[in-house]
Design a protein around this ligand. Structure first.
Ligand SMILES: Cc1cc2nc3c(=O)[nH]c(=O)nc-3n(C[C@H](O)[C@H](O)[C@H](O)COP(=O)(O)OP(=O)(O)OC[C@H]3O[C@@H](n4cnc5c(N)ncnc54)[C@H](O)[C@@H]3O)c2cc1C
Length: 275
């Protein structure tokens, strides 16, 4: 793959940022079981990292996809995978649908602050009884005049305790299966919304993962992203961006692990020579 000079320069910038402003803190964030997204994200935004491919009209960089790949690879060098994951949720998991399908008004209210690092986003798809099988989800949004009334539970939600809004996937009709779902933006705080618990995880401890409760939460119908009833298809499209960014980050993590292993073996003496 051919990289231009500007791609190489960008990689050096992200690497420097990770080494200088993230890695010195990761041990502390792992111990504290959380990192300060509202402090870190504005800093990342100063380098355009929260809206690389997004429309400049909303604060994005309008950059090509290689920049996303490079940024994610460099996040693979972060000493705590949870931080890389939380950044990925903000940039490649919770906001792509809004950018691709959302109205300009929704983008102005929710995407622009996320790109600027002033609001933290979360994606709420998984439920206690619906993980891989997204079509089994039960969270329901019922129309009441100009509002959705939302009831349900979402589990394993990254950035869940810090989020300023969630991109929620909910049922908005009785069609069943993958039909009749919609993606809805729920601002936080909103009456009826609560974080019922922060999960205690084996790994990724620096990333907060939560269970969210929606108890008669009311949001305007215009908070619907794209077309009502097309939420499943839109989410499947959003998953593509998520999976690609996860793959790039994991490639970066593997490369970094190999380098650290090599450094260790060269440094570790055994039988009179480096291992
Ligand atoms: C750290 C972390 C952060 C997360 N963040 C978010 C988030 O921000 N937002 C969100 O919505 N979700 C999030 N998730 C949830 C994640 O997307 C789900 O864990 C995932 O979708 C799998 O669902 P599940 O855990 O319920 O596993 P299950 O669906 O119960 O699957 C259990 C196992 O069975 C396998 N399996 C499932 N179906 C089949 C089949 N038909 N044949 C063979 N094997 C099968 C799966 O691959 C898996 O290994 C997060 C999860 C973790 C661990």
């Amino acid at each position: 793959m051919k990289m231009a000079d500007e791609h190489d320069a960008f990689r050096a910038t992200v690497r420097n940022l990770v080494d200088r402003e993230i890695n010195p803190h990761v041990d502390e964030w792992e111990q504290e079981e959380g990192f300060p997204a509202h402090d870190l994200f504005p800093r990342l935004a100063q380098f355009g990292l929260l809206g690389l491919e997004y429309d400049p009209q909303f604060g994005g960089e309008g950059a090509d996809h290689l920049f996303t790949m490079i940024a994610c690879e460099e996040y693979g060098r972060i000493g705590a995978a949870g931080v890389a994951m939380a950044i990925g949720v903000q940039t490649n998991m919770a906001t792509p649908s809004l950018h691709k399908f959302g109205s300009d008004e929704l983008k102005r209210r929710f995407l622009a602050p996320a790109i600027a690092g002033n609001s933290v986003a979360a994606i709420a798809v998984t439920e206690p009884d619906a993980g891989s099988d997204v079509a089994a989800l039960r969270t329901r949004a019922v129309r009441d005049g100009d509002e959705w009334v939302i009831n349900g539970r979402k589990l394993y939600i990254t950035n869940g305790t810090q989020a300023d809004w969630v991109c929620l996937l909910a049922r908005t009709s009785d069609e069943g299966g993958h039909r009749g779902m919609s993606q809805i933006i729920v601002p936080i705080p909103t009456e009826g919304f609560s974080v019922s618990r922060k999960l205690d995880k084996l790994g990724n401890r620096s990333s907060d993962t939560a269970e969210l409760i929606f108890d008669d939460v009311r949001v305007p119908i215009e908070n619907t992203i794209g077309s009502p009833g097309r939420g499943f298809e839109q989410q499947m499209s959003q998953f593509v961006t998520e999976r690609m960014s996860a793959a790039y980050t994991i490639a970066g993590q593997c490369r970094h692990a190999l380098k650290r292993t090599r450094d260790y073996l060269l440094d570790r003496p055994a039988f009179g020579e480096p291992l």
